[in-house]
Design a protein around this ligand. Sequence first.
Ligand SMILES: [Zn+2]
Ligand SMILES: [Zn+2]
Length: 294
Amino acid sequence: MKLTPLASDSMGARAMCFLVETDDIRIVIDPAVALGPIRFGLPPHPRELARFEELQNRVFEEVRKADVTTISHYHFDHHDPEHPDIYQGKRMLIKHPLENINKSQTKRSKDFLKLIDGKPKSIEHADGQTFKFGDTKIEFSEAQAHGTNTKLGYVIQLAVTDGDMTFVHTSDVEGPSLDDQLDFILKQQPDVLACDGPMTYLMYKYGRAALERSINNLKRIIDETPVQHMLLDHHLCRDGKWREKMVDVIKHGEGNDCKVQSFAEYAGLDESLLESQRKILHEEEPDELGNPLK
Ligand SMILES: [Zn+2]
Ligand SMILES: [Zn+2]
């Protein structure tokens, strides 16, 4: 199995997009890229816009070559309604658009399915389902909370196994802080885990208790699974100090043969946490309109 992160927050834009290649199949998970509209009261810096385009092109290129695309939920950093043609001819495994879904995502999923109508080879609801492609198996979790509760709706996690190894992609669990999010990961026994880490950049929303639970859960994953690469990214990598906040997990990994890394680091790239640097970027490199402000 070959694993390639295609776009994520540690690579410069909001995303959690992964390419998984096995002998049987090419899968692109959550093919979409977005930018935080406002951070520190500021719009995206031109450098973020440029990176966004770069990452988006890379994602589209890989989707074109893929057999299967999966969509874990209907936020714009996980599905892309503006480029419906990328789904042409794909077998799509998607979060159920009507069950276990909040109001805003129900509307988005409806709009999205209308836009892509007739383009994919097939569209199947994936919640709690298992799909086989030769020796490759993709197993999805039931719908689980987006983060610490269901205010933002639900996501589905997935595990890909090819007989040699297992890869788990958590989607937006923001932690994981909850038991059913953790249980799916423990049950799958991943060798590589791509995990949406705790939302430390918005602690007033996320809360100390959730952070403590998430840190404990990440350590449990290191103790109770064969995981050798724990890739923490997405919400966590909107925080320029994510390594300090995750130092317990990183150290626990070091003592237990598990590298705790961002997607960028795993891919051998320099980390560029552009959203977390937005204020500094606007100060140091105001754009050509001299417009660093709102
Ligand atoms: Zn989301
Ligand atoms: Zn997301």
